[in-house]
Write a protein that binds this ligand. Structure first.
Ligand code: PHE
Length: 496
């Protein structure tokens, strides 16, 4: 509430009379400029339905510069009449009054104040006294712009002589409305225990609920670009008939992360330099001793056409808890589940979630990132099927040109790195890794001999950075992420 509003409320409240008061009077009473009163109090109070108003339009005349001049010095005709106290020729008059004398002369003749002797060309008074009515009217209007008591036709004449202009203005009749008290007293918004205890509630006026009111716009959260892109990949997998694997465990035993995948215990990836090991709980339990035994046997002496790694496998080593280094740890759990059912069913699985590696942090590496993984288990799948599904998958992501490079993973044979031709960069860039899971991994799980499992993986960060034009991974993930950017960045649409 403005000060002006408060003053008006206080004045109206204190006023003994209940009838109308005019805004100009009110402005004077509370010492406010009329326009300020209207703009900063009356409009708001009307909107609050605290007062009723009626507009009064006032007629008002304003003197033009010429009119002002005549009001002060008399009209030209009066000046001519004055000068003609003694008769004189036209030329003499002109000399006295200057060139403007002609208007005054005409008006004075029209009013029959003076005459012109055509023979001698002499001007002289025709009457003894002349009343300068025009100047009188102008003087009156100068002090009373409404022109009370003045004749309409006289004002018309002055207007046509451009001595005055009509400038009407508005004031308002004001009075308190029925709702004045409610609208101007502070209303309680909530009934409190204190009000009930003290009985204060009886005196209070309560604000009524406004059920039309819009709620306050929530300071909503925003999806991080990684989540947006992840959702697109999920949709793509779901559209292709893949089931999502449960990835809700960041902590995994070395067994599922490495051993089940036929990754030997001396493998460099199992070093603390590359992997985060947990100190509490340091070790996990053996979940299925028979399966563990089969894994141990395969590592130590092989089987299923393999000669194994020929080292002493340590159960203690396999029990060590790690932050999972890849989502393939989840895939190994799922495949073992699939193998243990006894009756094989073809499956298409996918996962997208966080993994952890003990990396040196730089512009392209973080200690945690996200992997996208696809796995297909079916009878008699070949490398051709793997290449086919990769072409389909990446084509849907807008990467139709692919090349494959032989690679090595302990758990896949053959293994292929996936390269895509980047039109913008004009070169082949690595986009993922893939392969056919080894029998040494699948057979101990109980999967039938003719079942092949093809799989591929890629990071979520790489495509997200490309899609959102981010060059430093630390702007995407971690404490340097610009929250404003996260709020403003657009939705992601991969058109597959
Ligand atoms: N797990 C691999 C990695 O971390 C990716 C991969 C998944 C490779 C599936 C082959 C098959 O890079």
């Amino acid at each position: 509430e403005s000060g002006a509003e408060d003053s008006v409320i206080a004045y109206l409240r204190g006023r003994s009379e209940e009838g109308w008061i005019e805004s100009s009077t009110l402005a004077e009473e509370i010492g406010l400029d009329h326009q300020v009163l209207v703009d900063s109090a009356l409009k708001a109070l009307t909107a609050r339905e605290a007062i009723l108003t009626e507009t009064i339009t006032h007629s008002s005349w304003k003197l033009s510069d010429e009119g002002q001049n005549y009001a002060e010095n008399g009209t030209p005709e009066a000046q001519v009449f004055d000068v003609l106290a003694s008769p004189m020729t036209l030329d003499q008059l002109k000399e006295k009054l200057g060139n403007d004398s002609s208007i005054g002369m005409q008006q004075a003749m029209k009013k029959k104040w003076i005459v012109l002797d055509k023979g001698t060309k002499t001007l002289s008074r025709k009457v003894d006294t002349a009343v300068d009515e025009v100047a009188d009217i102008l003087k009156k209007l100068a002090v009373d712009s409404a022109g009370q008591g003045l004749a309409e036709k006289d004002l018309k004449v002055l207007k046509s002589r451009k001595l005055i202009v009509h400038k009407p203005y508005k004031t308002y009749k004001i009075k308190k409305s029925d709702k004045f008290d409610d609208a101007t007293t502070k209303q309680a918004t909530e009934l409190t225990r204190e009000m009930l205890e003290s009985g204060e509630w009886k005196e209070l006026s309560f604000k009524s609920y406004n059920f039309e009111a819009l709620g306050k716009a929530p300071e909503g959260g925003s999806l991080h670009p990684l989540l947006k892109v992840r959702e697109q990949f999920r949709s793509l997998f779901l559209e292709m008939g893949f089931e999502e694997m449960p990835t809700n465990n960041y902590v995994e035993s070395s067994f599922w992360n490495f051993d089940a995948l036929f990754q030997p215990q001396q493998h460099p990836a199992r070093d603390a330099h590359d992997t985060f090991f947990l100190s509490a709980p340091e070790l996990s339990r053996v979940e299925n001793q028979e399966y563990w035994n089969r894994v141990q046997k395969t590592h130590e002496e092989g089987g299923y056409g393999s000669i194994g790694y020929r080292y002493k496998w340590s159960e203690q080593e396999a029990k060590k808890n790690v932050l999972r280094t890849h989502t393939t740890a989840v895939s190994s759990r799922m495949l073992e589940k699939l193998g243990s059912t006894g009756e094989f069913q073809p499956k298409k699985y996918f996962s997208i979630d966080r993994v952890f590696r003990n990396e040196t942090l730089d512009a392209t590496h973080l200690a945690e990132f996200h992997q996208i993984e696809g796995v297909i288990a079916d009878r008699n799948l070949s490398l051709g099927h793997l290449k086919g599904i990769l072409h389909l998958f990446f084509q849907k992501l807008g990467m139709p040109k692919l090349r494959f490079k032989p690679a090595h993973n302990p758990y896949t044979e053959p293994s292929m790195e996936i390269f895509s031709y980047h039109e913008g960069l004009n070169k082949w860039v690595e986009v993922g890794n893939s392969g056919i899971f080894r029998p040494e991994m699948l057979q101990p799980m109980g999967l039938p001999e003719d079942v092949t499992v093809i799989a591929w993986g890629l990071s979520l960060e790489r495509p997200t950075m490309i899609l959102y034009g981010i060059s430093n991974i630390r702007e995407l993930f971690g404490h340097k992420v610009d929250l404003e950017k996260v709020k403003r960045n657009p939705i992601c649409r991969l058109t597959f």
